[in-house]
Design a protein around this ligand. Structure first.
Ligand code: R5P
Length: 311
């Protein structure tokens, strides 16, 4: 087994390497003057089972290109099997045509990764389950829920918990977390624009008064969805509102928005390298997902069950 890392999230790659007690493969990524990416692998990978770790997070296009070129280099170096480990799979929100003459970019990216030469894919909390089917190669979709549930029980165990989905689309994810929290009750924030031009109304389905609310989602990007939901829950009488989100995209002024929000805490995982602003915020905490990814990789290499990780 060999482990190669792109530059998107080196601390995560190093943490996975340490979990697996396997050194990172010696490789260099350089840029030509015009910013073209060049990768050179400095050790033999012929016949090896190679995992390349690279999230396609910001800057998404550069990180995606680095992943594709890395896979190509491994394929041409005769690696026996190449697994693209993409903890955060970018472009995932473009998983359907929102209107005529628009792309399905998530499918395009899946095709690119496959055509580059990947034999398998390993990702975490894909934005939509059907993205797994965009790949015609084996694809494992890991869930951060067990890592989150352990942290929630350690921090909030014994409180009157309520798991909340910030939108109707996230109910399945919320229900699965609620199950891991001794079947905690579920609430849903239902956003609706009653009439065109009028501002959105937040209806809360479920009684949150006096509850410790745990918002769960796959992505926090601008932070708008989350902060609005936290405000609506607080107005509805929630005792406190914390959020657990798999992928901390946190673009633009998201960290500042979270810092000023009604959230007591935002907990993200390290699928995406946290920005300096996120690390400095006393409202944001990062949970590592490295042991979960490392364990899944070990099981893939050993040809043993990955799904049993979630039993
Ligand atoms: C939407 O379907 C996703 O699950 C997230 O709710 C969304 O991407 C969050 O975006 P933002 O933080 O910009 O509101």
């Amino acid at each position: 087994m060999k482990l190669m890392a792109g530059n998107a999230n080196l601390p995560l790659a190093r943490a996975i390497a340490s979990y697996l007690e396997t050194p990172l493969t010696d490789a260099s990524v350089r840029r030509f003057a015009d910013e073209e990416i060049f990768i050179e692998i400095h050790e033999n990978v012929r016949g090896e089972d190679v995992f390349i770790v690279q999230s396609t997070s910001f800057p998404a296009n550069d990180n995606l290109m680095e992943l594709l070129i890395g896979i190509d280099a491994l394929r041409r170096a005769s690696a026996r099997r190449i697994t693209a480990v993409v903890p955060y799979f970018g472009y995932a929100r473009q998983d359907r045509k929102p209107g005529p003459r628009t792309p399905i970019s998530a499918k395009l990216v899946a095709n690119l990764i496959t055509q580059a030469g990947a034999n398998r894919v390993l990702s975490v909390d894909l934005h939509a389950g059907q993205i797994q089917g965009f790949f015609d190669i084996p694809t494992d979709n890991l869930f951060a829920a067990p890592v989150m549930a352990a942290d929630i029980l350690a921090r909030h165990g014994g409180k009157d918990l309520m798991v909340v989905s910030p939108d109707v689309g996230g109910v399945v994810r919320a229900r699965s977390l609620a199950k891991r929290l001794d079947n905690a009750p579920l609430a849903i924030v239902d956003k609706r624009r009653e009439r065109p031009g009028e501002s959105e109304v937040m209806n809360i389905i479920g009684e949150v008064k006096g509850r410790t609310c745990i918002l769960i989602d796959d992505i926090v990007d601008s932070g708008g969805t989350l902060c609005n939901a936290a405000e609506a829950l607080t107005e509805a009488g929630a005792d406190s509102v914390a959020a657990y989100i798999s992928h901390g995209v946190l673009s633009g002024g998201a960290v500042a928005r979270v810092n000023k929000s009604a959230l007591t805490e935002l907990v993200i995982t390290d699928t995406i390298l946290p920005t300096e602003a996120a690390l400095q915020s006393n409202r944001i905490r990062v949970l590592t997902i490295a042991p979960l990814i490392g364990e899944a990789m070990r099981r893939i290499a050993d040809e043993s069950s990955v799904s049993s990780l979630f039993d």
